[in-house]
Design a protein around this ligand. Structure first.
Ligand SMILES: [Zn+2]
Ligand SMILES: [Zn+2]
Length: 317
């Protein structure tokens, strides 16, 4: 099969063996996959991953209860036996693999092996091109699972990129005072078109007024900027993962009793419900698309700051 493989470099392999599913896994024929910031970080060395990239996908299950149906898949492959799994935190299982990120081949390929229990059927109402946003949209909904946000809370989303856009749309469903702070006029214009308030950082009052700041910058500057905007006893939600280390003056967290919440993967069911109801509009996010055979070029394009989501077409549905 074809696959975009990260080794010493990133390459398209045309004759990679089809994955051999474990006992609890089924093979999924990939229809469409999405390129995410994490993929770009992995190429830079984050997690030291080697193998087939890709963790945002829609495919058709080849076997199991969902055989023949369109499916999306949660990315954490847990052991379901350890104390963490038994305690209800399988996405943090210390024995886990993660599709396309940690010791498990991913979805930039004709076929991916996925644990059966990770699969969710895609409702017929959701086009494949929308369903491919389920995984990042679930990550946006995770914020609501972690932080109680009220209608009147002043929420700042830092970053006008792929994840910032989805987080802003999700947060706007609970707070009427969401402000997206970005750098790119055309991306901010798109968010404004969705009915969201936007600003460039230079125009945001240099005071600490936000109840909640969500860092979706994907940049080392995100956390210090968040700290400059959050009010005492406010909350910073950190979505940014970067490959390197960073230094920060941590005293303000103590002095101002700021809560820092790391936030990662989220509930697929909430994301699918929102997509089926049309409550989140992902269409403006699709910047361009490539065939899997040009998967390396797809990742290069996704690195361009003017681009939002790059889709990879694997098979016609
Ligand atoms: Zn991702
Ligand atoms: Zn476990």
């Amino acid at each position: 099969m074809r696959a975009v493989v990260l080794g010493d470099s990133l390459e398209l392999q045309s004759e990679r063996p089809t994955p051999t599913p474990l006992a609890d896994e089924v093979l999924v024929r990939v229809l469409v996959a999405g390129v995410c910031e994490t993929d770009l970080q992995l190429v830079k060395g984050y997690m030291g991953f080697r193998g087939v990239l890709g963790h945002e996908f829609v495919g058709v299950a080849e076997s199991g209860p969902l055989a023949g149906r369109r499916v999306v898949g949660e990315i954490n492959c847990a052991c379901w036996r350890c104390e963490t799994c038994k305690g209800g935190r399988p996405s943090h299982c210390p024995n886990r693999t993660v599709l396309g990120i940690l010791n498990h081949d991913g979805a930039f390929a004709d076929v991916i092996a996925v644990p059966q229990r990770n699969l969710h059927a895609v409702p017929d109402a959701i086009p494949t091109d929308h369903a491919v946003f389920t995984e990042p949209l679930a990550a946006a909904f995770q914020i609501l699972e972690q932080v109680a946000i009220r209608t009147t809370d002043r929420v700042v989303v830092l970053g006008d990129g792929r994840l910032g856009n989805l987080c802003a749309q999700v947060l706007a469903s609970v707070s009427s005072r969401v402000l997206v702070v970005g750098k790119h006029p055309e991306k901010l214009a798109m968010l404004a078109g969705l009915g969201l308030a936007t600003a460039v950082l230079a125009d945001v009052p240099a005071e600490r007024w936000a109840d909640v700041v969500v860092d979706c910058t994907g940049s080392e500057t995100g956390l210090p900027t968040s700290l400059s905007l959050v009010r005492p006893r406010g909350t910073i939600v950190l979505k940014t993962t970067i490959a390197g280390t960073q230094t920060l003056a941590w005293a303000p967290f103590v002095i101002d009793e700021v809560t820092l919440v790391g936030s990662r993967c989220g509930p697929f069911d909430r994301a699918l419900t929102a997509l089926a109801a049309g409550r989140v509009d992902v269409r403006p996010l699709i910047s361009t698309r490539y065939d899997l055979s040009s998967g390396v070029a797809a990742l290069a394009t996704a690195r361009d700051k003017s681009v939002l989501k790059v889709l990879i077409d694997v098979e016609q549905s």
